[in-house]
Design a protein around this ligand. Structure first.
Ligand code: PEP
Ligand code: MN
Length: 263
């Protein structure tokens, strides 16, 4: 199970040739949505050059409005696999329904989004897989509930769970969500699982990504997941929180210095 009491050592999760957790720090980066083959390839090459070690990109998108872009679906996963082949980076992408699981066969890390954190039937099915699962905290869920959702996956036989703090709903409206930075040391104390912070969805604002990434590192996070888009002004989702490749490159230098170790 996820409880630190029974597993004093940090869990280290194998992701392709990479290891996450323990002394390994990773930055997962890429666009909110995969929009085209050219877009994901360009972003993948740029974030890799800047020091990202894994590529993210949504193919199935959980949008608030049914009229908003819903993702390229199977085609999006194909483009991610193409980017993986070319750059060698493991890929992270969100699953919305267990009916799509076959499409995720060559995906390295399956993301369970905030909106599905308590989709218990989905969690149980992912527990039957051995694939690493990036489990995002729900918009209005406690840390105890997040840990219980991790238990659903682990109880089924899949120990490869990565916890993700991505901000929660509060009364504050300046930011899209409120990054609960205390989640990092609390989750690390309660659990042996790796903890990743998503400063992009936590804030919704590009200029807040750097300071909150630094806060996450100082608080002991095992990694970051940061949205980067080749043309944020034209992004089909989450443009206002997406860094340009140049902005991403600029924040990676102070961040890697602060971390002191990567990959
Ligand atoms: C995303 O990663 O693009 C996403 C939809 O995240 P969340 O589930 O945290 O809102
Ligand atoms: Mn997004």
């Amino acid at each position: 199970n996820a409880n630190r009491k029974f597993h004093p050592d940090d869990s280290v999760i194998d992701i392709g040739a990479l290891k996450l957790g323990g002394e390994r720090f990773h930055v997962i980066s890429g666009p909110c949505s995969v929009e085209s083959e050219e877009q994901i390839l360009e972003v993948a090459k740029r974030v890799k050059a800047a020091g990202a070690t894994m590529l993210r990109g949504g193919a199935f998108k959980p949008r608030t409005s049914p009229y908003a872009f819903q993702g390229l679906k199977a085609e999006g996963i194909e483009y991610l696999l193409e980017a993986k082949k070319i750059t060698g980076m493991p890929i992270v992408t969100e699953i919305m329904s267990i009916a799509h699981l076959d499409l995720f066969e060559d995906v390295d890390v399956i993301q369970v989004g905030a909106r599905n954190m308590q989709n218990f039937e989905l969690l149980k099915e992912l527990g039957k897989s051995k694939k690493p699962i990036l489990l995002k905290r729900g918009l209005a869920n406690t840390l105890e509930e997040l840990l219980m959702s991790a238990e659903y996956i682990m109880a089924g036989g899949n120990p490869n769970v990565i916890l993700c703090e991505r901000g929660i709903r509060t009364f504050e409206t300046f930011t899209r969500n409120t990054l609960d930075i205390s989640a990092v040391p609390i989750l690390k104390k309660k659990s042996h699982l790796p903890v990743v912070v998503d400063p992009s969805h936590a804030t919704g604002i590009t200029w807040l990504v750097e300071p909150l990434s630094k806060a996450a590192v100082v608080c002991g996070a095992d990694g970051l997941i940061i949205e980067v888009h080749n043309n944020p002004a034209k992004a089909l989702s989450d443009g206002p929180q997406s860094l340009t490749p140049d902005q991403f490159d600029a924040i990676m230098q102070p961040l890697t210095q602060l971390v002191g170790y990567t990959g």
